[in-house]
Write a protein that binds this ligand. Sequence first.
Ligand code: GLN
Length: 289
Amino acid sequence: MTSAGRPARRLGPLRVVHLYPDLLNVYGDAGNVRTIVVRAEQRGIEVELSAVRAGASAVPPADILLIGGGQDREQMTVARELERLGPAIRERISEGASLLAVCGGYQNLGWSYRTAADTTIAGPGILDIRTEAGHTRLVGSVVAGLTDLPNGRPPRPTLIGFENHAGRTYLGPTGRPLAIVEIGHGNNGVDGTEGVIGLPGDDGLPGLRIGTYLHGPLLPRNPHIADALIAAGLGRGGPAVTLASLDDTDEWLAHDRFAARCRARKRRDERLPTWLRRIIDPARSLIGF
Ligand code: GLN
């Protein structure tokens, strides 16, 4: 029953579409799909889960679209697929679907990605970014301060996760950073931004769009992002729906502990002599610690 005494509108079904799980799915990215499904079902919202794989000729109706990360080779294949289905993905977002794009998928949905092999692959420009592969990989744990999320102040102002990418991503004129890096590299290791967020209405598109370099998977320890995607997706281009709150004690404990561990290590590192830092950092990048 709503506060106004009207019976709460039955939410759902939530139509979740996983883009190219057969090509882009590293560091547990498929766990983002699982998180969306579990958080919807815990609220009694029915979920319809489907996938778009290589060779698909259409994108089914959707409330949430998710795409993961992967290697340059698979991204080349996805780029060819997007030549055909890029407009259909944009169509779903113009109908109000939310989007979560992680690392390689994030790069593929921008305007262009110049790979380490110096091949430039064009993208559908659904996210206002462009990416160029660097000569070193940006690897490690990330803690970043969120810039903007729909539905007011989230329970935590931070985003946490793990990054491993050669690509350096630059925001375009309408690109709004998802977060500002506190610990880690983020989009390009220089301008302090992490990810991109398109709020409903930005660039004339009603769907919420989130691009990020964070693996982990991202959503289990960042439930505020999962709920923003679900609420906006169920709003179907209108105002985001109000979701019943869940007991996220464990999720926030994992979030807070990760952030605290990263901050403690940063303080410890800052006390190390520079010559030692110069040895440790590259070693960490190599072993992804
Ligand atoms: N291949 C891309 C890069 O190296 C994306 C990597 C990923 O998805 N983890 O930047």
